[in-house]
Design a protein around this ligand. Sequence first.
Ligand code: ADP
Length: 719
Amino acid sequence: MAQRKAHSTRKKRVAKKPAAQAAQKKAPVAAASAPVVETTPVVENPKTVETPVEVKTAPVEKTAPVVEKPQAVEKPVEEKPALVEKKAAPVVEKPKAEVKPVEEKPAPVEKKTTPVVEKPKAEEKPVEEKPASVEKKAAPVAEKPAEEKPAPAAKKTRATTKKTATKAKAAAEPEAEATKSAKPAAKKATASKSKAKPAPVVENPAPVAEETTPVVEEPASVVEEAAPMYDMSNLPRRSIAFIGSECHPFVKTGGLGDVMYALPRQLARLNCDVRVILPRYACIPQKYQDQMVYRGEFYMDLGHTGRNYYVGIMEYICDGVVYDFIDNQEFFSSGNPYTNLVDDIPKYCFFSKAALAALNYMNWIPDIVHCHDWQAGLVPVYLRTLFKDSPVGHARSILTIHNLRFQGIYNIPTIQYWSGLPGEVFQMGALKDGYQDANMLKGGIAYADRVTTVSGTYAGEIQTAEYGEHLEGHLRYHSGKLRGIVNGIDYDMWNPATDPALAVNYDLGNVLDHKMENKLALQQELGLEQNTDKFVIGLISRLTNQKGLDLVSTVIPQVMDGNTQVVVLGTGDKEYEDTFRYYENAYRGSFAACIQYDEARAHRIYAGADALLVPSRFEPCGLTQLNAMHYGTLPIVRETGGLKDTVEPYNTFTGDGNGFTFNRYDAGLLLDAINRAKTEYFTNRYHWDEVVQRDMAKDVSWENSARQYKDLYLELTQW
Ligand code: ADP
């Protein structure tokens, strides 16, 4: 969903062509020997695990030399025409072969805030099989110092690293569940009621969760409510590993973070055993870092680097969901999760492989691996290649596309170098994209058992040239396994009745009075004229080309009519930031440009504004319109993607609908929609207020959507 501009795909690709091609020639040799090699990195060093914290040194200093940046990234690559897909989907059926149980590893219980085990050099040599636990791979031949390793572009000059690895044979038996959930979705009569929810009774059969870690409380900023007591006894149980690059409240840049937070919690209430695997970024707030509990560590080879990399696992449990953070300071020490593709490609190759290796290491083998966006796009590919004979290889995979614009594209030699994937996956039907590039999301789509995106309309749109981001052919080919499931919002996090950020809390019963108080407070906070008669329009968004901001900036002079105030909250492209700053200056007291990311302020804008603008060029789902409706703020949206699926157009004659919409991407139509909203607000307040209440009562929770995901899991795991 929110994948940031640093990852914009084709336009951002750079490569040094000759070197890349040279490396590509070499690659098949390595790949040819690689496909059947099991590299599941489950090496555990019992000594180091038991070593007290204070004697350990930070892994970054020892095992994580600076990532070499491929030389091949400095020059822009010409655009290449997308090729027609020719290959059949290389989805591999889940093996039915018998699996052997894995002996549990004793999990250390000491809490470590920094995984700091220094790996003895000897451990980087081929490892003998150990009797207990998941077998570990034989490490590659002697590790080379970082400075000796050529970048991928220079790969042809390197000796091919030979990896021999023993196959990890063990597996955990999945739980068998007999019946399918038939529990109807509970319709919410009023959205704003403070729901006293008893704590969920969520079992976590994973040995790790039970034996190692205390439950850690959620952050204060998130309103804590007891979860509803569902009768889960008749719901089939499934285990799901979520793998993604961001998750509220640890790290969030947009809607993906919201989904990674809310969906697992809701699934836990539907008798799912959920484990969320995330990178342990250095930018995760210290209060969460402090509460993480050391879960284990091992070393893992990575691609053709010839090195073993430290993989620490730090754990945090909350509301029936286990969060496992993959630790490696070499990859995750930057202040922002996303920097640029030069760094992000190696980072997410490492993360995708380490996430699967960690599941093997922890002997927690999920029924479903549910991965998200391009950062985890290689997970389904790994599952069916390097990990196929390891325990986790028995899991089915789902890839959710939150935003197709971001795909993780780079030249083939580089991605081959960092991923270590066999040559056959770099074909047109899978990762290959154009003449010389590999596309991590495209590979994930090819190899996943199911592909979902975050609304039904977007699932259809991305199969067209207008929205397909050049993958429309690939998506049409795989349309049989493509679904659209619209997002919801977390009612614990988004609840005007209990939201601690608001000046005044309100619910369906008193919204009409208290919303005005929130409007006055917002006007005061932002230096706007305090007047409840003003029509306040909010805009909360990443400031990028996707969000229709060129339309907004075009119509602002006509919108600012003396009775209207506009509040913008967002960061992003400089041109938009500067435009909104300009308008703030031009319309002092009526226009506020908050060029920042501020979660609490966002809540106050949802509460204090009358309407919220979402005129996106494309919108996979969109969460801001859902938040707005739940806070009694009417959305003004373009009819695209999830906006179309969640906002019913207001009908002046019948009074039906949830907001104001327009279809074509056109500034005049946006202005018309805003004017229709204003007309209704100023001349027909009674009807306006009816819509406010209707929107607050609308069910935009995760409940229905989570059931659809659960049904999908059951469809994939029918036993
Ligand atoms: P996208 O994922 O494309 O950025 P979504 O509408 O799916 O857009 O999700 C955006 C989420 O990020 C919403 O929860 C919204 O409130 C939040 N958000 C966006 N910009 C800001 C900001 N500047 N400050 C606080 N929250 C923001």
